[in-house]
Design a protein around this ligand. Structure first.
Ligand SMILES: [Fe+2]
Ligand SMILES: [Fe+2]
Length: 523
C-alpha cells in the first residue's frame, strides 16, 4: 500500500491543505492518506487565540469529508508529550505499517530546509518525500538542486507533486479573516461551521438566529464525515417534499439539517445528555442508541439553536414515528428514509409512493421499518407499532370513504357501458327504502352477455374501490342477474324480463341520475 503522511498544525486546516492533499493522492497514487495534526511544533510557537489540540484534531477529521474514504486522521503527535519531532512520528508510523511504502508530504519551504531538521537521515530512510512545487520557474532550479542534494547525501526518494490548484493563503491570514467575520471560502464547510460554533479565532455568530444557509456548515460540524452526504441529502429531499405537500420549506431545511446532530455520540454520551436535559427514557430507549439520538438531537436543536416547537417535534419523532403526525414530522421522517443516498431494496418503490400519497408512503415506511427490525431480531418501539396501526386504519377508512354509494353506482354504470350494455339507468332510492341507495339497471342481449356484464362490474368495483358484492344471484335461468353491494344493487336483465319486472316503474319515485358525464352523449 502507498501511504501519504501529511502533517501540519492545521490551525485551522483549510482549502489550501486540501488541494495539496488531493494532488498528492492523485499524483503519488496513494492508497491511503494520513493527516497528522502536530502538537507543539518545533519551528513555531502557536499564536494566541488558537484552537486547542483537540479542536485542531476535530477540525482535521471534519475536513476529511472533502477527501473521501482514503483519508484518515492520526492523533499520534498530539498524544505525545514533550517536543514532537517528525523522525519520531516516522518511526511510529513505520511500526504501524511495516510492509507499506510511506511518503512524507511537505510544502516547498519545508522541503528546502529538510536537511536542517532533527535527524533527517532517519526520516529519509523511512519514507519517500512528496514535495509540493509551486509553478514559478525560478523555484524549479532551487527545487532540483535540493532534490539532488537529498538523493546524493541521504539516498532519499523524492517526488515532486505539482499543485496546480494551489490556494495561496496561510492559516494566519485565514485566522485574521475569521476575526473580521470573513474567510468562509477558504475553509471546508464543516470546519467553518465548527469554528463558528466554538467561537474560535474571534469568529462569532448568533446560533439562535441562523438561516438554513448559515446553519448548514454548523450542522455539518456535528457529524462524522461519512454521515454528511446523508444529512445534505435529507435536506434536499425535505425541501422537495415540503414544496410538494405545502410544508414550510425553511422549517423543513432546519429540521433536516439538525435531525442527526447527536448521532455520532456513543451510548454513554447520549445518556449523559438525557440526564442534562431531563429527558425521560423507557426501558427500550435506555438500551437503543438509535432511539436516543432523536431525543437528544431535538433537545440540542432547541437548546443550542433555539428551534421552534414544530421543528423540535419533527426531530424528536424522526426515528420511531408516532400516530397522527404533523405535516413537517412526516416530511422529515420520510426525507430521512428516502433521501438520494439511500439505496436499500425497495427504496425506488417507496419514493414513488411517497410522492403519490404522503400517508401511504408513511405507512409503507413504517411497515418496512417493522419488517426490518423483525428480521434482525431487534425490539420495535411501541410508537412505531402504534403509528403503523394508526395509518393502516386511517387509510382503510379513507379508502371506504373515498367511494360514496353514488360513485360506486356510477362506476358500475360505466363498467356496464364498457361491455356494451343497453339502456343503462341509475336510480337514486335513498329516501324510499333501506334496501339500497341506488339501483343500477341495464339490459343484456343474451345470457352470455348478461354474465359478461356482471363479471365486469364485479371486476371494476373490486379493482377501483376494493368492494366485493355481498351476493350475486341469478333468476329465471340467468335472464336476470343481481349484484348486491349493500348500498347499491346492480340488476342486469334480458329485454323481456326487464319489461316484465318494470323496476323503473316500480321505483318511479326514485331520482334518475344523469349519466351523460359517465357514459358520454348518446349517439
Ligand atoms: Fe436519525
Ligand atoms: Fe438520518
Amino acid at each position: 500500500m502507498r501511504i501519504g503522511i501529511y502533517g501540519g498544525t492545521f490551525n485551522p486546516i483549510h482549502r489550501g491543505h486540501l488541494t495539496a492533499a488531493k494532488a498528492a493522492m492523485e499524483q503519488l497514487r496513494l492508497d491511503k492518506l494520513l493527516l497528522v495534526p502536530a502538537s507543539v511544533p518545533p519551528h513555531k510557537v502557536l499564536p494566541e487565540g488558537s484552537a486547542s489540540p483537540d479542536q485542531r484534531l476535530e477540525m482535521t477529521v471534519l475536513a476529511t469529508a472533502e477527501l473521501g474514504r482514503k483519508a484518515e486522521v492520526l492523533d499520534i503527535e498530539l498524544r505525545r508529550t514533550g517536543k514532537s519531532y517528525t523522525c519520531d512520528t516516522m518511526r511510529e508510523l513505520r511500526e504501524m505499517y511495516p510492509e507499506d511504502e510511506l511518503w512524507l508530504l511537505m510544502g516547498s519551504d519545508m522541503f528546502l530546509s529538510l536537511h536542517t531538521w532533527y535527524h533527517p537521515e532517519v526520516i529519509l530512510s523511512l519514507a519517500g518525500v512528496g514535495a509540493f512545487s509551486r509553478l514559478e520557474a525560478s523555484e524549479d532550479e532551487i527545487f532540483r538542486r535540493q532534490k539532488r542534494f537529498l538523493e546524493e547525501n541521504y539516498g532519499a526518494r523524492v517526488e515532486t507533486v505539482r499543485n496546480d490548484d494551489v490556494i495561496e493563503v496561510s492559516s494566519t491570514e485565514i485566522r485574521e479573516a475569521l476575526a473580521r467575520g470573513e474567510g468562509r471560502e477558504y475553509l471546508p464547510e464543516a470546519v467553518y461551521g465548527y469554528i463558528l460554533r466554538k467561537g474560535l479565532y474571534g469568529a462569532r455568530c448568533d446560533l439562535k438566529h441562523l438561516t438554513p444557509e448559515e446553519l448548514r456548515p454548523v450542522a455539518l460540524s456535528y457529524l462524522k464525515p461519512k454521515r454528511m452526504p446523508h444529512v445534505l441529502g435529507t435536506e434536499q429531499e425535505a425541501v422537495k417534499l415540503a414544496e410538494k405537500y405545502g410544508a414550510d420549506v425553511t422549517d423543513a431545511r432546519i429540521a433536516a439539517l439538525l435531525h442527526d446532530c447527536t448521532k455520532k455520540l456513543d451510548l454513554e454520551q447520549q445518556l449523559a445528555l438525557c440526564g442534562e436535559y431531563g429527558i425521560p427514557l423507557d426501558d427500550l430507549e435506555r438500551r437503543a442508541l438509535k432511539l436516543l439520538h432523536s431525543k437528544t438531537g431535538a433537545a440540542v436543536a432547541r437548546d443550542v439553536f433555539g428551534v421552534k416547537d414544530e421543528i423540535y417535534e419533527a426531530i424528536l419523532w424522526h426515528t420511531t414515528g408516532k400516530p397522527d403526525m404533523t405535516l413537517l414530522e412526516k416530511v422529515i421522517y420520510l426525507a430521512d428514509y428516502i433521501e438520494p443516498t439511500r439505496d436499500f431494496d425497495g427504496v425506488e418503490e417507496l419514493r414513488r409512493v411517497v410522492y403519490e400519497d404522503l400517508d401511504r408512503g408513511l405507512l409503507m415506511g413504517l411497515e418496512e421499518t417493522i419488517r426490518d427490525m423483525e428480521e434482525r431480531g431487534n425490539p420495535i418501539h411501541r410508537n412505531t407499532l402504534e403509528a403503523r396501526d394508526y395509518y393502516l386504519n386511517l387509510l382503510k377508512r379513507e379508502d371506504k370513504d373515498m367511494k360514496t354509494p353514488k360513485e360506486l353506482a356510477l362506476m358500475a354504470a360505466k363498467a356496464l357501458n364498457d361491455k356494451k350494455a343497453k339502456d343503462i339507468q341509475v336510480l337514486e332510492i335513498t329516501d324510499l327504502t333501506t334496501l339500497a341507495d341506488f339501483f343500477v339497471i341495464a339490459t343484456g342481449s343474451s345470457n352470455t352477455q348478461i354474465n359478461a356484464l356482471v363479471d365486469n362490474v364485479e371486476k371494476e368495483l373490486l379493482q377501483q374501490a376494493g368492494e366485493d358484492p355481498l351476493h350475486r344471484e341469478g333468476y329465471r335461468g340467468g335472464t336476470w342477474v343481481l349484484l348486491d353491494y349493500g348500498c347499491i344493487a346492480v340488476h342486469v336483465f334480458n329485454a323481456e324480463n326487464r319489461q316484465f319486472y318494470g323496476l323503473e316503474h316500480l321505483w318511479r319515485d326514485g331520482k334518475q341520475v344523469d349519466l351523460t358525464e359517465v357514459l358520454g352523449e348518446k349517439e
